[in-house]
Design a protein around this ligand. Structure first.
Ligand code: MLT
Length: 261
């Protein structure tokens, strides 16, 4: 594990082909990639980031909540990596990946977007996030977001997902309420990113869980269509947290992508 004050990274391994940098979703941390990594190609190094305020990246950034601030912390990390760098981001991690394209797009050989979207929040969705952030802060507890564990898995397969829901609930319960509130406010303030994805013509892979209720088929296909050089793949029998529900299938698609670069 490596840390500066606000950003902790976990290096699973180094590799000769380049480095895959993994950015997790909300409100969990880099552990959500643990089951994917063993199935990725050995020649690729793999590093996962705990995004600001979550996982081991404790301590809320002094900057006003913004995913641009999160991306700014990641740029030097990417610049310090030798060789090719590919970033894969799930949901909130995907939003941060879009901010990285704005700042360090030239440095990336490819990107993988999982269960995410390029649209900004609607005013109603942003207001709801701010309410939740206030509640989490007021209660000094993550109780208000614990329900996401059960809500994010594939609902038609909920009866088979007790293990995944328990794992997600465990990770959520271990988050710092202040970091959860900061992340919600940062997501609420994010911009629409269609301008940046339309302008990024290197290879991209867009993965969506078949039953993802947060990033629906329409928004994910819109993202894939906006990217000039993207492939869209649906992961069967998965909801929003594809990397947790179907780690083998996610790794297979990411491997195909990396090997094809
Ligand atoms: C996530 O998984 O990161 C969240 O669903 C992102 C969001 O709330 O938009």
């Amino acid at each position: 594990m490596m840390a500066n004050e606000a950003l902790v990274t976990h290096t699973y391994r180094s590799g000769t082909a380049g480095t895959l940098v993994l950015l997790h979703g909300f409100p969990v941390d880099s552990r959500m990639w643990d089951a994917v990594v063993p199935h990725l190609p050995q020649q690729w190094g793999v590093m996962a980031v705990d995004l600001p305020g979550l996982g081991h990246s404790r301590g809320v950034l002094p900057q006003p909540p913004s995913l641009a601030s999160s991306a700014q912390l990641i740029v030097p990390l990417i610049d310090a990596l030798p060789g090719r760098v590919v970033v894969a981001g799930l949901s909130m991690g995907g939003y941060v990946t879009m901010e990285l394209l704005r700042r360090a797009g030239d440095r990336l050989a490819g990107v993988v977007f999982l269960d995410t979207k390029a649209e900004a929040d609607t005013p109603a969705a942003a207001a709801k996030r701010l309410e939740v952030a206030d509640q989490v802060e007021r209660e000094a507890s993550v109780s208000a977001v614990l329900g996401m564990a059960a809500a994010t898995v594939a609902q038609p397969l909920r009866a088979d997902r007790d293990r995944e829901v328990a794992l997600l609930a465990q990770w959520i319960s271990e988050q710092d309420p202040a970091g959860v509130a900061w992340s919600q406010r940062a997501m609420a303030s994010r911009d629409d990113s269609f301008d940046v994805v339309r302008g990024w013509d290197r290879p991209a892979l867009v993965l969506r869980g078949e039953h993802d209720a947060q990033s629906d088929d329409q928004v994910m296909r819109a993202l894939a269509q906006a990217l000039p050089n993207a492939r869209f793949v649906e992961i069967p029998a998965a909801g929003h947290m594809t990397a947790v529900e179907q780690p083998g299938a996610v790794a297979r698609e990411v491997t195909r992508f990396l090997v094809g670069l």
